[in-house]
Design a protein around this ligand. Sequence first.
Ligand SMILES: *[C@@H]1O[C@H](CO)[C@@H](O)[C@H](O)[C@H]1NC(C)=O
Ligand SMILES: *[C@@H]1O[C@H](CO)[C@@H](O)[C@H](O)[C@H]1NC(C)=O
Ligand SMILES: *[C@@H]1O[C@H](CO)[C@@H](O)[C@H](O)[C@H]1NC(C)=O
Ligand SMILES: *[C@@H]1O[C@H](CO)[C@@H](O)[C@H](O)[C@H]1NC(C)=O
Ligand SMILES: *[C@@H]1O[C@H](CO)[C@@H](O)[C@H](O)[C@H]1NC(C)=O
Ligand SMILES: *[C@@H]1O[C@H](CO)[C@@H](O)[C@H](O)[C@H]1NC(C)=O
Length: 659
Amino acid sequence: MYLIFIILLNIFIVGLSSVIDDTTGKFIKSLTSSIHSSASITAFFCIKTDKAVEVTKIFSQYSLIADIHTSFDNYNFDNVNLQIAHQHYYVIDFDCNDAVSIIKLANMKRMFVAPFKWLIINDQNMSITNDIEDDYYEKNKSSLFSVFKNINIYPDSEVFIGQREIINNTFKLLSLYRPSFNHDLIIENRGSWNYRNGLVLTNHDSSSRRRRDLKKTPLKSCLVMTNPDTLNHLTDYKNKLVDAVTKANYPWIIHLVNRINATVNFTVRDTWGYKDKNGSWNGMIGLLDSGEIDIGGTGTFLIPERIGVVDYVQLYTPTGSKFLFRRPPLSYVSNLFTLPFSRSVWLAIVIFLFLVCCLLFITMKWEFNLSIKNNNPMSYYKTIKPTISDNFLVILGAVSQQGFSYEATIISTRIIIFMVLLATLSLYAAYTANIVALLQSTTDSIKTLTDLMNSPLKIGIYDIVYSRYILSTIEEPVRKEFYEKMVKGNEHVWMSLTEGIQKLRQGLFAFHVEVGAGYQLIQETFEEDEKCGINEIDIFNLLNPLLVIKRQSPYRELIRVGAMWIHETGLQKRDIRRLYTEKPTCVGGTSFVSVGITECYAAISTLFYGAALTFIIFIIEIIWKKWFDKSEINVEENDMNNIEIDEENISQLDVDYLE
Ligand SMILES: *[C@@H]1O[C@H](CO)[C@@H](O)[C@H](O)[C@H]1NC(C)=O
Ligand SMILES: *[C@@H]1O[C@H](CO)[C@@H](O)[C@H](O)[C@H]1NC(C)=O
Ligand SMILES: *[C@@H]1O[C@H](CO)[C@@H](O)[C@H](O)[C@H]1NC(C)=O
Ligand SMILES: *[C@@H]1O[C@H](CO)[C@@H](O)[C@H](O)[C@H]1NC(C)=O
Ligand SMILES: *[C@@H]1O[C@H](CO)[C@@H](O)[C@H](O)[C@H]1NC(C)=O
Ligand SMILES: *[C@@H]1O[C@H](CO)[C@@H](O)[C@H](O)[C@H]1NC(C)=O
């Protein structure tokens, strides 16, 4: 038995190398497919080329796509395919002479970070010759681990060690990592492999679950505060109006760090961090970019420039800056007097009145003729021929509910007058009822930024560093136009929180503010009925602020899982509830509405334009009269005749009447 083994070994072993055979292929296959379901490997085996062909055949038998390197000298990790990196394994035979140098090269090229995966295989033939067993094993074991002692394999790395027992054809699977730069290697026993049972893992947890104990690794973080006093109120939930994001995120960072058994040290900056003119980042982002801190302690907006500079973690702080404004009364945006009826109703009314006017004209004329014929002129109207303006006055009297001096005597005019009065009465009742309701109502027609720009509302913006930055970098046309028209160069729109909320209370004012702080101050200072009808317009269109961490941080997965844990356990909601005030509920209902000039604007302007029109007509009349006087001389004869005829008629009538 031993002899066969030794012969086998001698066939396979070329110089100093591990045994690469069917067992190795089967082991690699079951490891790669069961842990990360990948199918391709890059292997570093110190075997002869003809042996490599054989090994390739064995691997393809197990559908492993293998790229086998027999000489390591000219390999550098330059053209790495990042797309498939998470499904790809690098396999090194540690028993090769150059194994250590390729490991050191990979370390230099930062190849031991996620998503790269490594499998180091080495043989243990301690059972073959019992006398050197312990010595050999200890020596080679320690050499493997002493190599990895100085390699940057942090908790995000995937470095497996496959130790083969030649004697019974089994593999022992280990994982290596270091909690941080100044910690020793931690060796995890991941399980074993043999022909009969395949891969048997001791535990199926992912590394972010297994490597949660960072052994008090010191992490660094940074808090952003616009007011230095925030440092004294990080945990007492006081003074919610200032730096609420910092105060909400601080406990989360502490939870995150405690969960992974690390420690954290905070520095303080007064800005989140924006790009300088010379291309470097300042503030917290600057610290993350240069690798001085591991976690950003204060949530920040996801803006395009920062992508690639820092990594975002899905721990949101549900806040945001929006325009708050009280809905203005309806009369500020539209003419109240036309609103009670819809356009079609107005049209119907006009047609109806026109029709009535025509009918009245006919019937009044008829009435007049009848009275002449019957020699029964009862009133003024029946002595003078009715004109269209008489009809108009009758209609106007009916519509405005003022009455008229005309008296209908024949049945047809009476029917028409009766109809007009009845119709206008119901219209009038509907109109007045409606206009009272409209006077009390507010408009919700301001919904977008364009509406806001075209409305009579004045604007103010809470003066905070990110608002200034984000507004000045907006590219989208409407919002850019808004910035250029209303913000740029108008230094007075930037104001303090209290000033802005005070103006908001007075109405006809839109204030751009972080909604949590804004609502808190509204809750504290507004009367109950003033809390009603507050609207929001979002102009930033950004996601809520998120947690940021250093790019390619070894703790990324741990922090991401921790962030999810904070969300799922309700720790996030707890701090949000305590620090952010929700929109105040409206319980007061409506209050007394006084009617001022704005409400009557349409009526007053109608009066004004009417007066102006009459004045113009008056002047035209004067001019007409002058012109008429001049030309009178020329047409005197005709006129005289006309007048004579008229006089004749009247005298004739008089005579008739007297008779
Ligand atoms: C196994 O042990 C023998 C003798 O002790 C040694 O010569 C050989 O190099 C070892 N094999 C490997 C792969 O290290
Ligand atoms: C242990 O492994 C190293 C390779 O790292 C090799 O050079 C050495 O010869 C091995 N030890 C023995 C006793 O074979
Ligand atoms: C293989 O041999 C090693 C060392 O003798 C032993 O620890 C291990 O349990 C054996 N495995 C099996 C499956 O027999
Ligand atoms: C955290 O790390 C320290 C230092 O290594 C250790 O003593 C302690 O037991 C760890 N705590 C937990 C909960 O693992
Ligand atoms: C935190 O950082 C400061 C300044 O760098 C240092 O003095 C302090 O010892 C650090 N604290 C911890 C707990 O590491
Ligand atoms: C960039 O500008 C800032 C000040 O605006 C300065 O502090 C920093 O040193 C500059 N960095 C470089 C690389 O020039």
